[in-house]
Ligand binder design. Structure first.
Ligand code: NAP
Length: 462
């Protein structure tokens, strides 16, 4: 029987769903799948993008683990595509490759002063609080007033993880260095800015409501933002999600604490709508001193237009949460404007010609852009997998499709890769670290330590 040797690059939800769907699909050939991951641990965004105080979403890991634990997918962690293994290698050893590398960088914001000291991309802060091995261990949280740009769920994650008291994270898997960093935070006011109105936000009701439940944090909303135009009124009346969001916000308007009118909490989380960022003002040391924004107004169709009125909010740090962006992969076509691999339903296309590039596929955020919840990645994977099955005639014909060739190649290159058994070891180690404090786990953060534990090598001091 014909066999498909498939490489998948990226062991986040997109890559694991694609592997699972292909293995379960009706097809006339055998399949063997190798999953490559640049980090020593799998699960991508679920481990390194979902906030530690969202255990329900982190729970998706259980379903992903079930897929890996079935044992029919080989995992090669700590292997960087483009360095440890290249597209040429994949062509030599596989019939096809799916890129499921996600989108982990921040979309750029082109306004004056955005390069100020303490002007951060949300993705970096998220990586820090989620214990990503490749960001510095320390995060400066010395600002009292902080701004967050954007009205999506990432903006709310960032705002919550800035406003929340560190002690309230101790029940979670928050890494030790993150807990210590947050404990030292001097924040009193977090200001979130949306360029459109309350009826046009991208965040979801559950995530908004959660802000109102933070201990010792007052929600502050401003009456002037709720003067709805017809399009906003229609959205509130016709869209259940918008209706719930409006209800939550209206309930905060009624609280004593709103509009700065006498809240008692030590921290405040302000939601500003109709605020388009215009400039980051710097102090004489080049640090963030204020955000200048233009007050906007509805354009009648759900969009916003400027009013010309400029306002300034003093702050000492600013986080941009205006969307993620994909990164180019060596040798693989890339659409620089949208931050995705150009593709038609997951079949990768040459950059300028729209011609298919045989053998190369994409799925997840690197395929469709950084929108949608984790579950949406499944239908995406189904589409890509259907094409791989139908494209049998155009698969690559590898020189050496043997399964042994990959460990041999990595060995020869001195790559310290980790496998599924190694992941189990690290997983158990993290769970054991959390046990004395009755926490689900405490994450190991340094890459070398993750690799050492996974490979069963002695840890420092042991
Ligand atoms: P998003 O939902 O697309 O939100 C991006 C926000 O940035 C929007 O409010 C957008 O405003 C704003 N924006 C974009 N460009 C801007 C600019 N130049 N100036 C000012 N504002 C700008 O993206 P995201 O928050 O990164 O989330 C990505 C995906 O992950 C979403 O599907 C999200 O739901 C999901 N996610 C889910 C969770 C969760 O379930 N808890 C957590 C995190 C992320 P406009 O709408 O006006 O363009």
């Amino acid at each position: 029987m014909t066999k498909l040797r498939l490489a998948i690059v990226g062991a986040g939800p997109a890559g694991i769903y694609a592997a699972d769907i292909l293995l379960k699909a009706e097809r006339k050939f055998d399949v063997s799948i190798d999953l490559f991951e640049q980090l020593p641990a799998p699960y991508g965004l679920v481990r390194y993008g979902v906030a530690p105080d969202h255990p329900r979403i982190k729970g998706i890991i259980t379903a992903l683990r079930d897929v890996l634990d079935r044992g029919d997918i080989r995992l090669f962690g700590n292997v960087r595509f483009g360095e440890d293994i290249t597209l040429e290698d994949l062509k030599k050893h596989y019939n096809a490759v799916i890129f499921a590398t996600g989108a982990i960088r921040d979309t750029a914001l082109d306004i004056p002063g955005v390069d100020a000291v303490a002007s951060y991309g949300a993705a970096d802060y998220v990586s820090w609080f989620d214990g990503h091995p490749d960001v510095p261990r320390e995060w400066p949280l010395d600002a009292e007033s902080v701004g967050v740009l954007g009205n999506g769920n990432v903006a709310l994650d960032v705002a919550r993880m800035l406003a929340k008291h560190a002690e309230d994270l101790l029940v979670t898997e928050v890494p030790e260095n993150v807990y210590e960093g947050l404990k030292a935070s001097r924040v009193t006011d977090v200001h979130v800015f949306g360029r459109r109105g309350p009826a046009q936000v991208k965040f979801t009701p559950l995530e908004l409501r959660e802000l109102g439940e933070l201990r010792d944090v007052d929600m502050v909303v401003y009456d002037e933002d709720f003067d709805y135009d017809e399009a906003s009124k229609d959205a509130v009346a016709s869209n259940k999600q918008v209706m719930v969001i409006d209800r939550v916000l209206q309930s905060w308007r009624k609280r004593d604490s709103v509009n700065n009118a006498g809240g008692t909490a030590s921290r405040r989380l302000h939601l500003h709508f109709w605020a388009r960022p215009v400039e980051v003002r710097k102090d004489e040391d080049g640090r963030v001193a204020a955000l200048v924004y233009e007050r906007t107004q509805p354009d009648g169709q759900g969009g916003a237009i400027g009013t010309g009125e400029l306002r300034e909010v003093p702050m000492q740090a600013l986080y941009r949460a205006i969307g993620y962006f994909g990164s180019p992969l060596p040798g693989v076509p890339f659409d620089k404007k949208h931050g995705v691999i150009p593709n038609r339903e997951g079949q990768v296309l040459a950059k300028d010609s729209n011609q298919r590039v045989p053998g190369i596929y994409a799925t997840g955020w690197i395929k469709r852009g950084p929108v949608g919840l984790i579950g949406h990645t499944k239908s995406d994977a189904m589409e890509t997998v259907r094409h791989i099955i139908n494209d049998q005639g155009s698969w690559w014909q590898p020189e050496d499709p043997s399964e042994d060739s990959i460990p041999a190649l990595l060995e020869e290159r001195g790559v310290k890769w980790t496998d599924l058994e190694g992941w189990h070891r690290l997983d158990e180690h993290e769970i054991a670290l959390g046990a004395p404090q009755e926490r689900a786990r405490v994450k190991v953060v340094p890459r070398e330590e993750m690799v050492r534990v996974s490979r069963g090598e002695r840890t420092l001091g042991s």
